[in-house]
Design a protein around this ligand. Structure first.
Ligand code: PLP
Length: 414
């Protein structure tokens, strides 16, 4: 079942090359996404060019996978150099990018050990396995009885175990039976977590700032209270920073805004610099140390190419430049978007160069606004039906940012 045939697509489809590719996608790709009708052929920095030569400002940045923009020269150089040396060994052997990347990532994040995987969902799955094993071996929870407390409206990925504790019916419907062992509490409600903790609780797993839910910042004190509860009750705090981390919110980690340290962090998206999938679980030796040989792994996790790019990502983040850009440009973004409240916009949420623009009730859908923006050369995407998610590359200039905000202002007014 397709939601829009190429003939009825509202933009771009008039031209031959675009419609040709849209038709191919429609015929041969599983319809698990509903992309805007734009076919990208090239990209650099904050700009993308489609197959018909139209240029677009990237206001989505691959859901924060492109925090450093498209094809950042340092990252491309690191990948190119590594392509000329060795790209894959499997974990059957050591290689010379692995230990250095693990050490550099641990130092950057103020942690002790690193487990390298590929996708974000794999990092979350890994954190769940580690937390359960920790509960049995260290905390002394009876076998197979460990519980993990999560938040409503969460997004942690798409595997069967992860959708087991999603509250999004579209993500779950017809994919059961589901994995037991998860308790859902309302996001932002620390008292509900307090009530949900039992002697069998292994971990509390939360996004410090919910991305897919609409760029939702939790109430002040929420993360701090979770940290206290976890300390009091001998429970691990797992922060899923796959989208919120690595400079997106103006700090290295979103938890840093609250001065909160998690026991485990899941990282992904920007960790691969927009070049390839790289994810990780980082934390203390005491927790990650529960894993023994053979208990967990991945053929591609921690491969030389991924590590070489990851090391270049760590070098970019270590300067603090992208965090600073996110803070400064983010303040500008939020000031300008704030002026739209009451003019087609009900609310603007977010932190740093990351915003959820809630369209006023009765206004056009987020999809419709995204389509209008695409027609005007700005690419972003709705999350939920009524929220526009804005997350440009952190390398964007102030002029480019203003150009995009101008287009958003126009699209909302029309
Ligand atoms: C994107 C995302 C994931 C899943 O990452 P994939 O690489 O798509 O598997 C998990 N958690 C959060 C918070 C995310 O934003």
């Amino acid at each position: 079942m397709t939601s829009a045939s190429p003939e009825t697509l509202p933009t771009a489809a008039g031209t031959s090359r675009t419609s040709e590719f849209l038709r191919l996608d429609d015929d041969y790709s599983a319809h698990n996404y509903h992309p805007l009708p734009v076919v990208i052929a090239e990209a650099e920095g904050a700009w993308m060019t489609d197959v018909d030569g139209r240029r677009y400002l990237d206001f989505l940045a691959g859901y924060s996978a492109l925090n450093f923009g498209h094809r950042h020269p340092d990252l491309v150089a690191a990948a190119t150099e590594q392509l000329g040396r060795v790209t894959l060994t499997s974990r059957a052997f050591h290689h010379d990018q692995f230990g250095p990347f693990c050490r550099e990532l641990a130092e950057l994040t103020g942690t002790e050990q690193v487990l390298l995987m590929n996708s974000g969902a794999e990092a979350v799955e890994s954190a769940i396995k580690i937390a359960r094993k920790w509960a049995y071996q260290v905390k002394g929870v009876p076998a197979d009885r460990a519980e993990i407390i999560v938040a409503g409206s969460n997004f942690h990925g798409r595997t069967t175990t992860i959708v087991s504790f999603s509250t999004d019916s579209t993500a779950r419907a017809d994919f059961g039976p589901f994995t037991p062992g998860f308790t859902v509490t309302a996001y932002g409600d620390a008292a509900a977590v307090e009530d949900a903790i039992t002697d069998r609780t292994a971990a509390v797993l939360v996004e410090p700032l919910q991305g897919e839910a609409g760029v939702v910042v939790p109430p002040a004190g929420y993360l701090r209270r979770l940290r206290e509860l976890c300390d009091d009750r001998n429970v691990l705090l797992i922060a899923d920073e796959i989208q919120s981390g690595l400079a997106r919110t103006g700090e290295l980690l979103a938890c840093d805004h609250d001065g909160v340290r998690a026991d485990l962090y899941t990282l992904g998206k920007a960790l691969g610099g927009g070049l390839l999938p790289v994810s990780a679980v980082v934390g203390s030796r005491a927790v990650l140390g529960v894993l023994r040989p053979g208990e967990h792994g991945s053929t591609f996790g921690g491969n030389p190419l991924a590590c070489a790019v990851g090391r270049a990502v760590v070098r970019l983040l270590a300067t603090g430049e992208h965090q600073r850009r996110s803070r400064e440009l983010g303040a500008h973004l939020h000031a300008r978007l704030g002026e739209l409240v009451g003019h087609g916009v009900a609310e603007v949420r977010g932190r740093g160069l990351w915003a959820g623009v809630e369209i006023s009730p009765g206004g056009p859908s987020g999809r419709r606004i995204s389509e209008r923006l695409a027609e005007n050369g700005v690419l972003c995407k709705e999350t939920q039906d009524t929220t526009l998610r804005i997350a440009p590359p952190l390398t964007i200039t102030r002029e480019e940012l203003d150009q995009g905000i101008d287009a958003i202002t126009t699209a909302l007014r029309r």
